[in-house]
Design a protein around this ligand. Sequence first.
Ligand SMILES: [Fe+2]
Ligand SMILES: [Fe+2]
Length: 327
Amino acid sequence: MYTTELQKTKAVDAIEDPEKLAAFEARVAADDFIEPKDWMPEAYRRTLTRQISQHAHSEIVGMLPEGNWIGRAPSLRRKAILLAKVQDEAGHGLYLYSAAETLGTSRGQMIEALHSGKAKYSTIFNYPTVTWADIGAIGWLVDGAAIMNQVPLQRTSYGPYARAMVRVCKEESFHQRQGYEIMMHLCQGTSEQKRMAQDALNRWWWPSLMMFGPPDENSPNTAQSLRWRIKRETNDELRQKFVDITVPQAEAIGLSVPDPALHWNESKGGYDFGEIDWEEFYAVVRGEGPVAKERMKARRDAWEKNAWVREAADAYAAKKAQKKQAA
Ligand SMILES: [Fe+2]
Ligand SMILES: [Fe+2]
């Protein structure tokens, strides 16, 4: 998949107007934002459309594992917080679909690509949320990893994407803290609660590290994306930062990270950590995640059941347009 995309990128590069391409690359190198009406290479447009729409799908599909616990939150306070958090994710999806639409693909086409299985979303959401502690682990680790990915995207070269990230990052930071706070409380609770927190960390740790994508040597898109400043840091750099920040957080609440190879490396000023199971990652990418089918079924059912909302909105818009014309 990655090689094909890279080959396509090179082929398109070859047919672009070299003067326009040089001017575009000079703007990007000067840290100028590229805006929707500006000229851009087709490969840039295609890579961004893919990346932003995948990001939007991840926000929307990401509502499902947590939505699963809104009706079972252990207190009114926890329920209100979780409800607000899940609503934020819906908002993130909407900003991102809007940003992707400025590149010329409609929201309907993007949703269709998601529902038909053509478009991808973050593999992390194909794991089940089996206990309340999973809600803590998701906020702490999954939203924590999302921040790590998204903070550099505030300086990505495409203006609408960069601007959407500013607000998204502020909200993600609240999400991360609410998750960590759930874990902290569980760790201060009964031994059963602490066991639940440790079990959730054990199950979510490795999938969280996978969220940064394949290792740099197997990510040939990275070079082109860095050149065009779509990406500002590599997968492995971001993964290392995440590990370095998160391990002390686990220790502070008395949890242990499920990696026997993990240890502090004084000379590099960061942690060394064990090998990620990339077989598992690629299996989940192929749609073999534990609850992948359930997630897509929930999405498609929601789309079909709520068709009346779209129809009503269209009818209202048509009526308004008619009135405006008559006036
Ligand atoms: Fe989000
Ligand atoms: Fe979030």
